[in-house]
Design a protein around this ligand. Structure first.
Ligand SMILES: Cc1ncc(COP(=O)(O)O)c(C=O)c1O
Length: 283
């Protein structure tokens, strides 16, 4: 596999990352996961805008994002991924420096790593739906930064796995916010609901696309998290994310919802998103 590391394309296995890298020592970095359909990058601008925002918030300087799209395309080409679906993982850290908590000397170059791999989406899950469980949100209060320090997400995801659930949903102060690696939408009284894009959720690219599709389909929607009380009354729910697209939820904490079937609004949005990406495949 060919990867990208600090300005060069090289064999992934040959990359050596310093133990003094601040990503390794502190989780002091950012990442992105982008997706390609038949070699076309999906919503590249939104991914780059989120990355630029994260760099600004973490005050990581010295990164030129101008060539990111071309670099991602090159990775797809070099790894024979122009056909079919693929994901591109990109990570930027504050670079290599002696271990002190505060920023290293000005001019310390950031570390930039990227790789691409084939994605073989599960065709059944979007039709069948998945179970999810809730977990207490133990993350920091800047979940809008796509930071690499993901220990709380790892624990949540593992908790879900141990309960045979597909995803864990973070609940903070009684509000159901998002999954460990996905955003979550609910339908209550025919209104589509998802948590507001504040500092307590990641501003998902798929989330933004789903809201755009909902508006164009005339589906009433509100950016306001559902509460534990309200979750008991939702008609439908689904997960949204770059790799899973839209996945219906059919069980929450062991309780069947939506009659154990993907709900009608969920299906409309799932199919609309599929239609959008199918357009990329043929264009
Ligand atoms: C915590 C969290 N929320 C939401 C998402 C979905 O974001 P996107 O649609 O940009 O993939 C992710 C994706 O990694 C995530 O980690």
């Amino acid at each position: 596999m060919i990867a990208y590391y600090n300005g060069h394309f090289c064999d992934k296995a040959a990359i050596v990352i310093s133990p003094d890298d601040r990503g390794f020592l502190f989780g002091d970095g950012l990442y992105e996961v982008m997706r390609s359909y038949e070699g076309k990058l999906f919503e590249l601008e939104l991914h780059l805008a989120r990355l630029a925002y994260g760099l600004d918030q973490l005050r990581i300087t010295g990164v030129d994002l101008g060539q990111t799209g071309a670099m991602a395309q090159e990775l797809l080409l070099k790894n024979s991924l122009l056909q079919g679906d693929a994901t591109i993982y990109l990570q930027i850290t504050r670079g290599v420096a002696e271990r002190v908590h505060h920023f290293p000397a000005a001019g310390t170059p950031p570390t930039l790593y990227a790789c691409a791999r084939r994605l073989s989406p599960n065709r059944e899950l979007p039709l069948q739906g998945v179970p999810v469980v809730s977990v207490a949100d133990q993350r920091w209060s800047r979940c809008d930064i796509k930071a690499t320090g993901l220990a709380a997400n790892v624990l949540a995801s593992q908790a879900a796995k141990e309960k045979n659930a597909f995803e864990a949903l973070f609940v903070r102060g009684g509000f159901w916010l998002e999954g460990s690696r996905t955003n979550v939408f609910f339908v209550k009284n025919n209104v589509l609901r998802t948590a507001a894009a504040d500092q307590f959720i990641l501003h998902g690219v798929t989330r933004a696309v789903v809201l755009r599709l909902a508006r164009s389909l005339g589906i009433e929607n509100r950016e306001s998290a559902v509460t534990t009380e309200e979750v008991a009354q939702v008609e439908e729910a689904f997960l949204a994310g770059t790799t899973i697209e839209i996945l219906p939820i059919i069980k929450i904490d062991g309780r069947t919802i939506s009659g154990g079937q993907p709900g009608p609004i969920t299906c409309r949005l799932r199919d609309a998103l599929r239609h959008l990406t199918a357009g990329l495949r043929v264009s």
